[in-house]
Ligand binder design. Structure first.
Ligand SMILES: C[S@@+](CC[C@H](N)C(=O)[O-])C[C@H]1O[C@@H](n2cnc3c(N)ncnc32)[C@H](O)[C@@H]1O
Length: 247
């Protein structure tokens, strides 16, 4: 009961048997597994080689209709969410950003395979490797004014240790940058399997007067299920999520 109240306070979970799943929460592995079976450490976004400025692309060369509304997925990994959404929503441009070049290579390959399978161009999706904390603002500012409709931050690396918290992608500066580049009505989707990280992200957004929490998360969550999200649903673990709206 106490746990149910706690969850209501912080956001929606995806699960049915929450109490058991909540109890088991700490026993599951927290990092992705590579093909060799080794745990892959998260990329430290503060190391010199990753604190690089990246020029925004020429949008008219990467999108067939550059004037369209935009959905940005921060930490898009292999791009599953955006590839699925781009086919379902040709009237929206999709931009995936990830700090790991190898993941962006995979997303780009999947994009090509999708085009081969669909026998047509999927010309409303683009993936780029960049540190979002360094580059999101400039990249977003270079898009047509007022075009950013959705920003998702799905299962960002948790960086559990207190001394590593500054490596988390969502911080006050990042939220402020998103506020500056989004029009009123834009939606921000946040989700984590780590309750403390979810609360940290939600608090950063809600401490900024440019954002308010949407009441019914289930209805407001109108984007595809991410790779991590489907993993947690499959193994029956909870995740915490909210949709914030730019006010
Ligand atoms: C745990 S994975 C989640 C992947 C995907 N969003 C999902 O839900 O399946 C977190 C992703 O964020 C990326 N990432 C971490 N810090 C980042 C940063 N500062 N800028 C861009 N991407 C970042 C990582 O490389 C990784 O792919």
């Amino acid at each position: 009961m106490k746990q149910d109240q706690e969850k209501d306070k912080v956001g929606d979970t995806n699960n049915i048997n929450d109490q058991q799943q909540q109890q088991d929460g700490d026993s599951i592995p927290r990092k992705g597994k590579s093909k060799s079976g080794k745990w892959r450490p998260s990329a430290n976004p503060l190391v010199k080689r990753l604190v690089l400025s990246v020029d925004p692309p020429n949008w008219s060369t990467v999108f067939a209709r550059p004037e369209q509304p935009v959905f940005i997925d921060v930490g898009c990994a292999k791009g599953e969410v955006l590839l699925q959404s781009s086919v379902a929503n040709p009237g929206i441009n999709h931009l995936g950003i990830d700090i790991r070049e190898s993941l962006i290579d995979t997303a780009q390959r999947s994009h090509k395979i999708l085009e081969i399978e669909a026998k047509c161009k999927v010309d409303n999706v683009h993936f780029m490797s960049a540190n979002a904390n360094v580059n999101l603002f400039n990249i977003a500012k270079s898009l047509p004014a007022g075009s950013i409709q959705k920003v998702s931050i799905l299962f960002p690396d948790p960086w559990y240790k207190k001394k590593h918290a500054k490596r988390r992608v969502v911080n006050a500066t990042f939220v402020n940058e998103i506020a500056m580049v989004t029009p009123v009505g834009a939606k921000v989707y946040i989700i984590s399997d780590v309750q403390e990280l979810y609360e940290d992200m939600a608090n950063h957004f809600l401490s900024n007067s440019a954002f308010a929490k949407m009441e019914n998360t289930m209805d407001a969550w109108d984007i595809p299920v991410s790779h991590k999200q489907s993993f947690y649903i499959e193994i029956g673990m909870p995740s915490w999520r909210s949709v914030l709206v730019r006010v």
